[in-house]
Design a protein around this ligand. Structure first.
Ligand code: NAD
Length: 473
């Protein structure tokens, strides 16, 4: 029986390992983490992350061939294959601050693996890391290993939060980067291929050299984010000219070379990965003497920031140039539907923008707890572009101006405006007539996700702003 250990029981480590355990009954999987509350939650009925289908998969395997534990060293020592899926956030101080990946967690995991290993192991990069990280990891492992042999592979994860389980069950591709040419290299690659071959068709398992695999993950996220910034840049032009971004996206996407996916205009992309991975790419380009390439990718994030501030400005300017003392109902706080994850959610920037103009916010999200929202809004924001101008709203001030409620109607009641910031399905079928009846007039709708039926809302009486759509006559 192959023994797998995964260091890091987060949004990637938890679901990916649960699916490996589910699909490979002959493989034993231990997922370990330094966080006691996280592991306690993985072992409880209330998993630490919300992801459709995850509960069923975990419940089927937990205690059989899937284990969650804080005993990291014990499980690492016993494993044949060690996945490392720790966080790799953007550095906030020192060399590369605001751009480079912070590899502190990775380094300490690698040192621990070297320390506790008494048998040879395959170490798999599951986290997204800068290209060439494997070289540094190999150095840490070999210099601290007391003669034990390690093979480092890159196996970046392409799952998308909200659809993680279906993505893992049916991946577009599984990418494995390794060193075929070194002794044991081919065998290590084959061991990992054999794990995925339990359910992934042979032709979807792609093998490359280490650096291609590492860079492919950064490039894939950069391309995805670039599509969103491209359509968002066009949405601004639509608003200025009377074109409709949905019609433009549909016409553009019909070209089979372009395709329809990821062409929805919105208030901007969020999530823990896109911005951090592009900043990382920018930094790597700069370090490799490629400033023009760095500037090209930097612009993807600048457009995203511009889109969020454009949205806030539109709200304020539409409402007689001030939202001071006005109630604004916020529908949705997570960075996308079907996840409770709020990392880099555009809602943070939009809410902060409104709070800085002294609005009163009533927020509803079906998955994000109140404490998380208050924490997000009061945690100092690190401004990647201008680190000297970090933005901070004190927790007391946030608590005075923010009320968190448990349904959309409550959020909209007595509000001067409602603002959709996450595309949760339930927001499509709300009784907007009822909502309108309970709002002071004029009643505004600012749709940051293009989910509302603009014509119907206008018929009810709302003044509607929908990203990239013609404005009210
Ligand atoms: P996460 O913050 O949810 O999880 C990381 C976990 O690692 C945390 O629970 C943390 O406590 C744990 N950890 C850190 N250092 C540790 C150590 N030394 N020993 C044991 N545990 C340790 O992060 P995530 O969203 O799962 O992302 C993990 C990596 O995967 C990142 O590099 C990310 O860029 C990448 N990734 C994320 C996604 C996504 O959608 N979230 C998708 C693809 C790739």
């Amino acid at each position: 029986m192959v023994k797998i250990c995964c260091i890091g029981a987060g949004y990637v480590g938890g679901p990916t390992m649960a699916v490996i355990a589910f699909k490979c009954p002959t493989v034993e999987v231990a997922v370990v983490d330094i966080s006691v509350p996280r592991i306690t939650a993985w072992n409880s009925d209330k998993l630490p992350i919300y992801e459709p289908g995850l509960d069923e998969v975990v419940k089927k395997c937990r205690g059989k061939n899937l284990f969650f534990s804080n005993e990291t060293e014990k499980h690492v020592a016993a494993a044949d294959v060690v996945f490392v899926s720790v966080n790799t956030p953007t550095k906030t101080s020192g060399l590369g601050a605001g751009k480079a990946a912070d590899l502190t967690y990775w380094e300490s995991a690698a040192r621990m693996i070297a320390d506790v290993s008494k048998s040879s192991k395959i170490v798999v990069e599951k986290s997204t890391v800068p290209v060439k990280t494997a070289e540094a990891i190999e150095k840490i492992l070999t210099h601290n290993s007391k003669g034990i042999k390690f093979q480092v592979l890159s196996n970046p994860e392409f799952l998308s939060e909200g659809t993680a389980i279906t993505d893992l069950f049916n991946p577009d591709r599984v990418l494995i980067g390794g060193r075929e040419e070194t002794p044991g290299g081919l065998k290590a690659i084959q061991t990992l291929k054999d794990v995925y071959a339990h359910w992934v068709p042979h032709e979807r398992i792609i093998c490359t050299n280490l650096w291609s695999a590492e860079l492919s993950k950064l490039a894939a996220n950069a391309f995805l984010a670039q599509r969103i910034s491209s359509v968002n840049s066009i949405s601004a032009l639509c608003e200025a000219t009377g074109a409709n971004v949905s019609q433009v996206s549909s016409a553009v996407g019909k070209d089979s070379r372009i395709g329809q996916k990821f062409l929805n205009a919105s208030v901007g992309f969020g999530g823990s990965c896109f911005q951090k991975d592009i900043l990382n790419l920018v930094y790597i380009c700069e370090c490799n003497g490629l400033p023009e390439v760095a500037n090209y990718w930097r612009q993807v994030i600048k457009i995203n920031d511009y889109q969020k501030s454009r949205f806030v400005n539109r709200i304020v300017s539409s409402m007689f140039n001030t939202v001071s003392g006005k109630k604004i109902g916020i529908l949705g706080f997570s960075f996308k539907k079907d996840t409770g994850d709020t990392r880099e959610t555009p809602a943070i920037d939009v809410c902060r923008g409104l709070l800085s103009d002294k609005a009163q916010l009533i927020i509803y999200d079906p998955q994000v707890p109140e404490a998380q929202m208050i924490k997000d809004l009061s945690t100092p924001k690190f401004d990647w572009d201008q680190p000297s101008q970090n933005i901070h709203i004190a927790e007391d001030a946030v608590k005075q101006s923010v009320k968190v409620v448990h349904d959309a109607y409550e959020a909209a009641k007595d509000a001067h405006a409602i603002c959709i910031l996450t595309e949760w399905d339930e927001f499509k079928s709300l009784d907007y007539q009822k909502i309108y009846n309970n709002m002071p007039k004029p009643a505004y709708m600012f749709d940051g996700r293009n989910v509302a039926d603009v014509a119907k809302l206008r018929q009810i009486g709302f003044i509607v702003y929908s990203i990239g759509k013609p404005l009210d006559p």
